[in-house]
Design a protein around this ligand. Structure first.
Ligand code: ATP
Ligand code: MG
Length: 296
């Protein structure tokens, strides 16, 4: 609630009009999601943008941790051979079964691959560099685009939401992620050329919907690395909102060194720097996801 001084006596009067947030919409309070009295099956969301370094992994980690904080059972799937999600959540990804073994059918039950994190209710399917070979192996497989969908179907009943951290490409692995998902969330860094490539990504989403996965929805676009002090970031965000309208989440993730620091410490920012604005931003993003009915 904003306050303004009005009248000659200078009385403080409460105004209901919330100040505009970075997207130009009111910076309103988003309510805490209701408790779930039953769990699963999960809605599956691909965190996707073929541009590198836009905040896919950071957003997967922290959104997952935020949803878990609100009582959701969350599975984060590392679907990038770089293994940054596994490292960022502090789970081993070497000398353990990984998503690669599931994709190749070497391990049949995903529960054998799932690892618990320090965050209650947040589990991870790890990945490592082996996954880069999967793309080659899968090319000759029957229904090669549907392999991840088959893997996640087996484990979806155990969770409320599954977030898939995609690699920065639109290759076969990403197509598998889109085929396995109900929705796609696009993290977009507020930087030069942010929109470059998004048209191609949306074209790919449309093709996957037409040919492989009719239920696939564009859940929305999350602006990341936003620095309100630079005119440039403000202009980029304005363009993004002009182009995508309500698909852009009200919640914008600001630029802060606490996010890379948390990743190095192998923790979510909620645990690493709970009073930092980024922790509240990811909590708010998770509330907005529930409010938009994109997750239980
Ligand atoms: N809001 C932010 N403020 C500052 N730094 C950030 C922010 N979000 C992410 N970063 C940092 O930017 C780098 C890239 O982020 P991240 O790894 O999440 O991107 P990505 O899209 O997953 O990258 P890739 O395409 O390589 O998988 C990381 O070092 C991360 O810690
Ligand atoms: Mg990443």
């Amino acid at each position: 609630m904003g306050w303004s001084v009005s009248g000659t006596k200078g009385a403080r009067v409460a105004t209901n009009a919330a100040k505009p947030g970075p997207t130009g919409r009111p910076d309103r309070f988003i309510p805490v999601p209701p408790k779930l009295d039953r769990h699963g099956p999960a809605r599956i969301i691909a965190m996707c943008n073929q541009k590198g370094g836009v905040g896919k992994t950071t957003s997967t980690i922290n959104l997952a941790a935020a949803l878990a904080r609100y009582g959701r059972r969350v599975l984060a799937v590392d679907f990038d051979p770089q293994g940054a999600l596994s490292a960022g959540l502090g789970v081993p990804a070497h000398d353990v079964p990984t998503i690669y073994d599931l994709m190749l059918g070497k391990v049949k039950d995903p529960r054998e691959v799932v690892q618990q994190t320090e965050t209650p209710r947040l589990d991870v399917v790890p990945a490592n560099i082996d996954l880069s070979a999967a793309e080659v192996h899968l090319v000759t497989e029957v229904a090669r685009e549907q392999i991840l969908a088959g893997v996640l179907r087996k484990i979806a009943p155990d969770y409320d939401v599954i977030l898939v951290d995609c690699q920065p490409s639109l290759g076969l692995l990403t197509v598998n992620a889109l085929t396995a998902s109900h929705g796609v969330l696009i993290p977009l860094a507020c930087e030069y050329f942010a929109l470059r490539g998004v048209a191609l990504l949306i074209e790919t989403i449309d093709k996957v919907r037409d040919r492989l996965n009719p239920m696939l929805e564009l859940d929305g676009i999350v602006a990341t690395m936003y620095d309100p002090r630079t005119l440039h970031a403000r202009e980029v965000l304005e363009r993004v909102v002009d182009t995508f309208g309500d698909k852009v989440f009200d919640t914008v993730i600001g630029r802060t060194v606490k996010l890379p620091d948390a990743q190095i410490a192998a923790k979510s920012v909620l645990d690493y720097a709970p009073s930092n604005a980024a922790a509240e931003a990811y909590l708010r993003l998770s509330r907005e996801l529930v409010e938009r009915k994109l997750c239980a």
